[in-house]
Design a protein around this ligand. Structure first.
Ligand SMILES: Nc1ncnc2c1ncn2[C@@H]1O[C@H](COP(=O)(O)OS(=O)(=O)O)[C@@H](OP(=O)(O)O)[C@H]1O
Length: 195
């Protein structure tokens, strides 16, 4: 309990709570109790937030642990050039497909939404740059890149062939009209002036 100055206004306000005959002491107690209650609530909130923060940090560390590079290194994990490309079609469900595929422990697939665009606009960066963009993989995993931008590109096929004539190409197909509508809507949202 801490000293509280009970002013006339406060006493009037308190009297509506504890009755006209209440003494300042009773009033003081009630004000103090209310304040203590508020402080307890604040303290509880602070503790809750601390616990929540700690749990979140513990959770994040656990996730970090799962991808611990030293553990992966023990399994000879390193970045490798892709052996398979999901080349399309754009709006054919490639994103969902790559997420499902990434669940397979034999697959190393980067789930960055932005593709490397190596065989199109980033070819000048060279193969070691391309390799650096890949997920770390162990010897028994296949590295796959999802890049539907490669399919409509005129220069990509020869570049892909030159890098790896055995590259596996994965294509998802979709009803052309539904695909076109999906693509149109994507462009319209991204660049309303173009559509
Ligand atoms: N599981 C499953 N089955 C069928 N279709 C699915 C699935 N998951 C996503 N989608 C639909 O696929 C469209 C997005 O395709 P992409 O992921 O290839 O788009 S992108 O080219 O990577 O931008 C997009 O289509 P639209 O909704 O018509 O735009 C998604 O709804």
């Amino acid at each position: 309990m801490f000293p509280i100055l009970v002013t006339e206004v406060m006493r009037q306000n308190l009297s509506t709570v504890v009755g006209e005959d209440s003494s300042p002491v009773v009033g003081k107690y009630i004000v103090g109790q209310k304040k203590e209650q508020e402080e307890t609530e604040l303290l509880k909130l602070e503790i809750d937030n601390k616990v929540r923060k700690e749990l979140t940090e513990r959770g994040l560390n656990k996730i970090r642990d799962l991808g611990r590079f030293d553990l992966l290194e023990q399994r000879e994990c390193k970045k490798r050039l892709p052996e398979a490309l999901i080349i399309g079609i754009m709006k054919g469900g490639t994103e969902a497909f790559s997420i499902f595929l990434a669940l397979n422990t034999k697959v190393a697939m980067s789930l960055n939404t932005a593709t490397t665009m190596f065989f199109t606009s980033n070819y000048h960066r060279g193969p070691s740059w391309y390799r650096d963009q890949m997920m770390c993989s162990t010897g028994d995993q296949i590295t796959i890149e999802k890049a539907p931008q490669y399919m409509p590109s005129a220069s990509a096929p020869l570049r892909v062939y030159r890098m790896n004539p055995d590259m596996k190409l994965i294509v998802l197909v979709r009803d052309p009209i539904a695909r076109a509508v999906s693509h149109y809507l994507q462009v319209r949202i991204a660049a309303p002036k173009l559509a």
